[in-house]
Design a protein around this ligand. Structure first.
Ligand SMILES: Cc1ncc(COP(=O)(O)O)c(C=O)c1O
Length: 477
């Protein structure tokens, strides 16, 4: 195995050669889900500044951020200074306190604000520092709730295929993405995966109502197969991100709610992405008109300017636990309800309300859909499906439309993405997520900042159009 002692050796340059931030990052920074080997050769983008819906690299080149960081910078990059003022004030007043047997204003006020925004009787908030931690907290909440009721066998969870819920052990166990899980087995036991709501490959003559029926029948069959009184909770994202912006068919969530009620199972909505306006309502569950028992959130609550997440639980769940023998939720984090993060989130929500950010998504969602559908028509030879909702939309690329899969003899799906589409996006200056999905088709995901205007959408789609043209021409498709 090769061993490298310093940046210059790794990069194979003389000891006195100038170093860049990219060089330093390549040597010392262990990046998230990033194949480091690729960056021995390739350029590593270094973003140094953000403005509205764009970021700028160290050479001053602008990139339109069609991914909102990672589905999270709701406000784009303009409001950092204003959120920073709130952070500075909090640091100057009370830099840190816990929410262990004491409380402080910013956590209390943020919890109250969330209770007012969340649907129904979701009134009790526990804070974490991110999405995976929030799902861990929800797992423990659901299990403790069932234990408190004396349902000692109810420890299992039903999640959906290809869904992503985080990388810590509990959250990772909920994932329906084999590649994320397999290396770390055995995980938390008792997680089963049911169908997700991807309709693209369903039989052409199946109606939406039949699809809903099929999905609910599969879920109920699984519940019965496992034994209903062994299931603690069902967890799902209102719009599933992994797999490419999977929207529910009509009646699906209402049916899931009924199944949960019928079998004494809690319903957890993972709103780490769909929370805070992405679908044009504060929460995706409200957008699709269903009532979860627990919502998990992160990302957009503070426009990701600071790390913050949490769970919002129904009065019923929390009162059951607080009335139980332990008299408390049996979970804790030093940073749960960190005053600085909560102050930033309060300011973020204030700005979102002031600027009508959630309404902006609801207003522009049809226009965004129309622009992407025009792109799908223009590139009909490679676009198999375009789907999504609000400001979360995806293209699934195929070359064989009858079989609905990528099987070009000219270029493989991986080469099209790695050698042509990603470099073209980089060249034109557009950030979006391009992945090969579980069925080996390229997915192009767009999830821009929620402050995008009509003009911004025009620019984003023009850049995507340009990148598609370059990739198709250069790959010879
Ligand atoms: C739906 C969903 N849940 C949970 C997570 C995990 O969040 P984090 O990376 O903050 O732990 C993610 C991350 O993208 C997500 O998309």
């Amino acid at each position: 195995m090769m061993q490298y002692n310093n940046t210059h050796e790794l990069l194979n340059v003389p000891a006195d050669a100038p170093r860049s931030i990219a060089d330093v990052a390549k040597r010392h920074l262990l990046m998230n889900f990033t194949p480091a080997g690729k960056y021995r050769e390739d350029e590593l983008p270094i973003y140094v500044r953000g403005e509205h819906c764009s970021v700028f690299d160290e050479n001053g080149k602008r990139y339109v951020d069609g991914l909102a960081g990672l589905f999270c910078v709701q406000l784009g990059y303009t409001h950092g200074a204003e959120v920073g003022d709130a952070v500075r004030e909090q640091l100057a007043t009370l830099a840190f306190q816990t929410t262990w047997s004491v409380a402080h204003p910013s956590a209390a006020l943020l919890a109250e604000k969330l209770a007012s925004l969340a649907p129904g009787d979701l009134n009790r908030v526990f804070f974490t520092s991110g999405g995976g931690e929030s799902n861990e907290a929800a797992i423990k909440l659901a299990r403790q709730y069932q234990q408190t009721l004396g349902h000692h066998a109810r420890r299992k969870f039903i999640a959906r295929r290809v869904a992503y819920h985080g990388t810590s052990f509990g959250a990772m166990s909920l994932n329906g993405i084999t590649a994320v899980r397999a290396m770390f087995e055995p995980l938390m036991s008792g997680v089963r995966h049911t169908y997700n709501t991807k309709r693209y490959r369903r039989p052409a003559d199946e109606t939406e109502a039949q699809f809903t029926e099929f999905l609910l029948a599969d879920m109920e069959a699984q519940i019965i197969q496992e034994g209903p009184d062994t299931i603690a909770a069902v967890i799902l994202e209102p719009l599933q991100n992994a797999g490419g912006s999977l929207t529910p068919p009509e009646g699906y969530y209402q049916g899931v709610r009924e199944l949960c009620d019928k079998h004494g199972i809690l319903l957890i909505a993972d709103e780490v992405i769909t929370g805070f306006g992405r679908l044009g309502r504060w929460f995706g569950s409200a957008h699709y008109d269903f009532q979860p028992d627990i919502i998990t959130f992160a990302k957009g609550i503070a426009s990701a300017y600071v790390p913050l997440g949490g769970v919002i639980a129904s009065d019923h769940v929390i009162e059951t636990i607080l009335d139980g023998p332990l008299g408390m939720y049996n979970h804790a984090l030093t940073y749960g309800g960190h005053p600085v993060a909560c102050a930033a989130a309060l300011k973020n929500l204030e700005i979102m309300e002031r600027e009508g950010v959630v309404e902006n998504v609801a207003t522009l969602s049809p226009y965004f859909a129309q622009k992407l559908s025009e792109m799908a028509d223009k590139y009909a030879n490679i676009v198999g499906d375009v789907r999504g909702d609000g400001f979360h939309r995806s293209f699934e690329l195929v070359t064989n439309h009858e079989a609905k899969r990528w099987d070009s003899e000219k270029v493989s799906a991986a080469d099209f993405v790695g050698m042509y589409l990603n470099p073209a996006l980089f060249e034109v200056g557009l950030i979006c997520r391009v992945a090969i999905d579980a069925e080996n088709n390229p997915l192009v995901q767009l999830s821009p900042p929620l402050v995008m205007t009509r003009d911004d959408i025009d620019e984003l789609t023009a850049l995507l159009d340009r990148a598609f043209t370059l990739a198709v021409e250069r790959s010879g498709l």
